[in-house]
Design a protein around this ligand. Structure first.
Ligand code: SF4
Ligand code: SF4
Length: 208
């Protein structure tokens, strides 16, 4: 590149200005920076400033998100559980995010996020147990007919098929209690704990 006339200046741009100081800067954008090798400030008049090269989510993010139960935004990047209440967390317990899988991110931010994710993973590992929500689903093994309708519809891949018993089984450590399986199950085998049809009808009966 340098043979072609490209000039590299090591430094960090502090400001982009459109206020010229002299005629050579008229009609230009001026990158104001410090040349960290020379230790002095520089003003570089330019036609165009490219602040950041474009970054897109990986094409296989859909497959990775599906396997680990991580949601994606409209732009394809992975989403945290909550930016303030659950930073680095995902919808799946024990799976944490850091770096450019969430959004374009520089190295210092990526390193600090990675440190945070490592600490969260370590605290789970040292605790030795996983707390699960009380409102998860279960599949009644005596009622399930093994049609597998529920398996592809679970957004957290929490349902597995037990080949030996020919029924579907909910992995309670992964289930988030979204209720999709109980909504589609034709036999009524999949139910949400504490929100069974019997309990809901009892609540309705109580209201009237
Ligand atoms: S409620 Fe059913 S569909 Fe939803 S996460 Fe749990 S097993 Fe999957
Ligand atoms: S949809 Fe219902 S009956 Fe079919 S496999 Fe799932 S739990 Fe069993």
């Amino acid at each position: 590149c340098q043979e072609e006339g490209t000039i590299f200046i090591r430094g960090k741009v502090a400001q982009i200005s459109d206020k010229p100081k002299d005629s050579s800067e008229e009609g230009k954008l001026i990158a104001i920076a410090e040349d960290t090798l020379l230790g002095e400030g520089v003003r570089v008049p330019v036609d165009m400033v490219i602040l950041c090269t474009a970054v897109e989510a990986r094409e296989d993010a859909v497959d990775v998100g599906r396997v680990f139960g991580v949601n994606q935004g409209a732009d394809g990047f992975f989403l945290e559980e909550h930016p303030k209440l659950g930073p680095l967390n995902t919808a799946t317990e024990g799976v944490f995010l850091c770096g450019c899988c969430q959004k374009p991110m520089d190295i210092p931010d990526t390193v600090s996020q990675a440190s945070g994710a490592a600490v969260k993973a370590l605290s789970l590992a040292t605790k030795g147990r996983v707390d699960i929500a009380p409102t998860i689903s279960y599949i009644d093994p005596d009622v399930c007919v093994g049609c597998k309708t529920c398996i592809p519809l679970c957004p957290y891949t929490a349902i597995e098929f037990d080949d030996r018993r020919q029924i579907s089984v909910v992995n309670e450590a992964i289930c988030k209690g979204c209720g999709s399986c109980s909504g589609v199950c034709p036999s009524g085998a999949a139910q949400s704990k504490h929100f069974t049809k019997k309990q809901i009808f009892a609540e309705i009966g109580g209201i009237f």
